[in-house]
Design a protein around this ligand. Sequence first.
Ligand code: HEC
Length: 189
Amino acid sequence: MKALTKTLQLVALTLMVALGAFYAANTTGLLYAQAKQQEGGKIKCPRCGFMNPPKNPDGTVNTDCDKCGYSIVAFAADKGPSKIDAKTLATYSPQMRATYNLFRNKCSKCHTLARPLNTDLVPTKWEEYVKRMMKKPGSGIKPNEAKQIWEFLVYDTVKRKKSLFDKMPDKEKKIALKVVERVENQQVN
Ligand code: HEC
């Protein structure tokens, strides 16, 4: 009986370690893609089903479906909520509530909204990311829309991610507060 308990304990421990390693390896999409690449397997697009080669012709990891542009990598952020709760949203300025709809429309085309909503970035990084998304083929995002979405993401960071805001370098805080001031005084268009 004692030996059996020992064996069971060992099995449970092994399972826990294996699960932990699996979870860690899946927390970034790139790791997932890299694992696929090592297998030499193709990556199936979740939207159009196209079987993508794991690598681009230049040898980098393939992250965007070759056929429809959908994201073929998973990110930890994808597992979080894919909307802002109504109570929080009710505290946003009318202009920002309108821009939230633009954001929902434009940033859910190639992955769910969970990805941007659960990604923590400072304002200058958001600028980089939004521009990168805009430049993807078929993004359907115009420069003036990108700017509004950037403002929304910065405003949302200040409102909803207070601890991240508090930790930002002063330079980033200044940019963020300027955005908040500007959009709170804006009329809804
Ligand atoms: C045309 C398709 C497309 C559109 C539209 C799009 N994305 Fe993406 N996005 C991707 C793909 C593909 C990836 C994964 C590869 C990458 O990071 O470039 C990604 C990744 C991301 C990431 C994670 C990047 C990282 O390295 O952590 C964020 C955040 C993000 N997108 C935000 C946005 C926002 C905000 C918008 C709207 C302005 C947007 N996306 C619109 C295709 C798109």
